[in-house]
Every structure is written in C-alpha cells, then in structure tokens.
Design a binder for this molecule. Structure first.
Ligand code: NAD
Length: 502
C-alpha cells in the first residue's frame, strides 16, 4: 500500500505559505490519536524574512488614518462570522475541544476585534489648552513598530486575536508564533485578515518551538512581545525579552478557586463548578479546578451533588453534539494529568471519582481522560499547589470565610477566583481582599468582556499591563507629549532653569 503524503502546515510570511523547514512538529487528531499533519518548526532565517516584510509595510500602515485601519477590522469581523463553522471545526480537530466550545473560543477573540473597530475613539489623545502663557500641551499614542505574540495551545483563536487586533489597529505590524500543537486556525486567521484588506506583511505567522521563541526575544527589530502560556516559560520570556530591551507582558498558569458559602444557591453553584472544572477538559486558564466549601455541612452537600452530576457527564469526540467535553490535547498531556491524579492519591487526598483509564469505544487511541474528583485536599499537597490543567476537580474544605479567603490569596497563582453566595457583604469583602486579578461573584469563569481587560496576579502574569481593552491599547503604543508655543513675535531671553508654567 502506498503511503499518503502528510499535510504540511507552513509559516504565513508576506502573503502566503513560506519557508524551507528542516524540522517539523507533529499535529495530532486528539480524538483518534493519529498524526494528521506536520508543522514547520522555523528559526532565525524565517523570522528575518517576516521582519523584512513587516518593516516594509508598517510605516505606511501607521500613517493610514485610524478610521481606515478600523475598516479592515470591520471587514475581518464579517469574514470571521461567515467562516465561524469551518473555523470551529478546524480548531476542534486539532485541539480536541467540542465544536460549540471552539465557537466560544473564536467568539471571545472576535469580541476584541469588535472593540478595535472603535479604535479611532480609543486613540484620541489628551489636550490642555493654555498650560502656560500661550502654551498648549497635547499627548498622543504612537505605535511601537513591530510587535510579536507567542500563544498557548488552549485558545488558538481567542488569544492570538487578544494580541494582534489591538496591536495592528494601533498601527503596528504583528508577527504571531502560535502553539505548534494546533497551528491551523492561526494560519487561517492570517489569510482572512489579508482578505479583509490588510496589506501583505502586516500580520504574519511563524511556527516553531523554543528556537523560534528565542529568535523573537533576541531580535532587535521587535519592540514588544506578548506571551500567554505556562508560568515558568512566561517568566523566562519576560526576563529574556526585558533584558533585550523590549516591552513584555507574559501571562502564566493558574489554579482558580470557587468558594461555596453555606448560603449559596447550591444547585447553581454545582452547575457552574461542573461546567468550569470539566469544560474543555479543564484546559482553560480560567477553569475552576478547586472547590472550597465553607463548613463541613456545605462540603457534604456539595460533594453529594457534584458526584451525581459527574455521573451524568458525557465525554465524547469533538464533533459529538451531546458531549460536554472531548479529549485533551496530546498523549503526553494525558499522561501528565493521570500522573497528577496518582500524586494526589499518594499525598493522601481522597479520590472520590477516578477518571483514569477512560476509553471511548471506537476511539481507544484518543487522548481521553474521564472526570476526576478529589475530596480532603489540603494546601500542603503538591497536587493542590501546582496546575494540573485537566478534568480534575479538588475539594479543599475550609472552616470559615477567613480560611476560604486565605486559600486563593496565598496560592502562588492569582488568575481568577469565584465566590458563590447570597450574602452581598461577604461577596464585597471577598472581592476587596482576595489577592487575585479576576473575581467572579456567582459567576464561575469571570473572563472580563473585551472592553475591560484580562490579567492575573502573582505567578499568573509578569509585566504590568493586561491584555485587550484600554490596557491593550496602552501596551501596543507609546506616549508622545508635545508642549507647544506659538509666540507672537520677538525673541525672549534664554532660560537656564527648568521651565515651569507658573
Ligand atoms: P506552554 O507554556 O507550553 O506554551 C506556550 C508557548 O510557549 C507556545 O507557543 C510554545 O511553543 C512556547 N514554548 C514552549 N516551551 C518553550 C520553551 N522551553 N521556551 C520558549 N518557548 C516555549 O503552554 P501551553 O501548554 O501551550 O498552554 C497551557 C498553559 O497556558 C497553562 O499553564 C495555562 O494556564 C496557560 N494559559 C494562561 C492564560 C492566561 O491568560 N493567564 C491563558 C491561556 C493559557
């Protein structure tokens, strides 16, 4: 039997597929476990080509008036909407999430594009008339030049759009280095952006691993890098990028807690926790893998209801319309999750539901992990301290509100947190005191809407600017402030002390 050639996924440099790769990464179908394509793993030479194209196009793009730049965003939004189904199916086929969830991934990125359609308004500067005699002061935001984005596997549409929409709308060229595990949707977004009227070279995609990331971090022509991924790599990217003189924002991992107060609407809390812990197989940085019931009685009620709901979960292939979640992204990741479950057992937590050894008929080689539930997890356990990033929910019992508040506050990660309660005062106190960047009050996954901004605290984010919203506009621009005087004639005396307006 003749072997069929495997599909190759190339860089998108200038206006289309490019590059002469010598190294490749496998792209799997997580449902079957089979290799479905191979992606080029590039390096310096590919990046140099992309930079040259970006340098050629960026000055004219920056000089294009903001309303015309926004028109490309409007058209891009329309094209994404037209291609939603196909994009979602492509995304699901490489990531493993179910198709409806993949639509949510695209939708949340699209919403950032929508906000960027209003870019002219967001770029208006500040102006002070008469700051001194005959003196006016104004400040404006100008693009940085060329920006780069390095993105994780778990949101291959949303996170690239968080970055490139504000970067490009504000007048920069952008080079995206997406995850090598699901690279096809980023390529497709790049093609659609060209179709929307963007000039060639404005948005480009280079594929690769550490070699390409290092080339980006060291390249003198790249002014700013936005990274999202795991914390150790985020810290590495942040340090190396800053050492090279770049502006860097680097979002990392998470371990989000859901506090359940005794007065919570228990059915609602259970529904929310189940969706937020097991949706997308737990591969979300805003998942809720830790439930913190307050008081033994609350814990027992919660546990009983969670067990009942877990029993109803349907794990299936990505295109199964009735499945709540699909396979995880790789065999390696499946093994890592199962290892963490074993660690939890070894550390003395009670494994109430064991999702290991799950097998789907007809898809025995797929990367499936059944839902797992732990009870009596304690803060000393490494399985609690570390991110598992799989369909594993841990119950950590707290005696009272203060103890519950302390758990997310002291945790090394501080991305998201939620509290379920009917008590407004408790919720308000919690939101004020907890040391976490994004808080949900009876909302399980508090990803801020696209006109606010996204960012965690502690080891969940390095750098000081959030993603998207006005924070995104600030990250991708630099401020220039002009102090002007139009004298009515006659030269004055020289001034040797610092000018003041008084
Ligand atoms: P990852 O850190 O393995 O990869 C992220 C990016 O870094 C990829 O583009 C990858 O190619 C690159 N990379 C991998 N190893 C590298 C190395 N040694 N040197 C340089 N670059 C390297 O993350 P992932 O597994 O793709 O994604 C899951 C992680 O991302 C989880 O920790 C999750 O919490 C986190 N995440 C965080 C957020 C957030 O906003 N805080 C959002 C989504 C995902």
């Amino acid at each position: 039997m003749m072997a069929t050639a495997i599909r190759e996924i190339a860089h998108q440099i200038v206006g289309g597929p490019a590059g002469t790769a010598t190294r490749f990464g496998n792209v799997f179908d997580p449902n079957t476990g089979a290799i479905q394509a191979r992606v080029a793993l590039g390096g310096q030479a590919d990046l140099d080509r992309a930079i040259a194209a970006a340098q050629k196009v960026q000055p004219a793009w920056a000089a294009t008036n903001p309303q015309r730049r926004a028109r490309v965003m409007f058209k891009f939004k329309e094209l994404i909407e037209q291609n939603m189904q196909a994009l979602a199916e492509l995304l699901a086929s490489e990531h493993g999430k179910v198709v409806d969830d993949a639509k949510g991934d695209i939708q949340r990125g699209l919403e950032v594009v929508e906000v960027c359609c209003g870019l002219p308004h967001m770029l208006k500067g500040d102006y002070t008339e008469g700051a001194g005699p005959g003196i006016d002061v104004y400040s404006m935001r100008q693009p940085l030049g060329i920006g780069a984005g390095i993105t994780p596997f778990n949101f291959p549409a949303m996170i690239p759009m968080w970055m490139f929409a504000p970067a490009i709308a504000t007048g920069n060229a952008f080079i995206l280095k997406p995850s090598e595990r699901d690279p096809s949707v980023p390529n497709r977004l790049c093609e659609l952006f060209l179709e929307a009227g963007a000039p060639e070279g404005l948005l480009q995609v280079v594929h690769g691993d550490k070699e390409m990331v290092d080339a980006i971090l060291d390249h003198p022509a790249i002014a700013a890098v936005s990274f999202v991924g795991s914390s150790d790599i985020a810290h590495y990217v942040y340090s190396r990028g800053v050492a090279a003189g770049k502006r860097v924002q680097a979002m990392g991992g998470a371990k989000n807690h859901g506090i359940v107060m005794p007065d919570a609407d228990m059915d609602q809390a259970v529904n929310d926790l189940i969706g937020a812990a097991y949706g997308s197989a737990g591969e979300r940085c805003m998942a809720l893998p830790v439930a913190v019931p307050v008081g033994e009685e609350t814990a027992d009620r919660l546990r009983e209801k969670l067990v009942a709901e877990i029993g109803k979960l349907r794990v299936g292939i990505s295109t199964d319309k009735d499945a709540q979640y699909g396979p995880v992204v790789s065999a390696q990741h499946k093994a890592k999750i199962e290892q963490w479950i074993q660690t939890g057992v070894d550390e003395g937590a009670e494994l109430v539901v064991d999702g290991r050894g799950f097998s789907l008929q007809g898809y025995e080689k797929g990367f499936f992990v059944g839902p797992s539930l732990f009870d009596h997890v304690t803060p000393e356990m490494s399985a609690y301290k570390e991110e598992i990033f799989g369909p594993v929910l841990q119950i950590v019992r707290a005696k009272n509100f203060e103890e519950a508040l302390e758990l997310p506050t002291k945790h090394q990660y501080g991305n998201g947190v939620a509290i379920f309660t009917r008590n407004g005062h408790a919720a308000r106190e919690f939101a004020k005191r907890v040391q976490v960047g994004m808080v949900g009050i009876n909302v399980p996954i508090p990803v801020p809407v696209s006109y606010h901004s996204f960012g965690g605290w502690k080891r969940s984010a390095f750098g000081d600017t959030n993603q998207y919203g006005m924070e995104g506009i600030r990250f991708w621009t630099k401020v220039k402030t002009v102090t002007q005087r139009w004298p009515d004639g006659g030269a004055g005396d020289s001034a040797f002390i610092i000018p003041t307006m008084g």
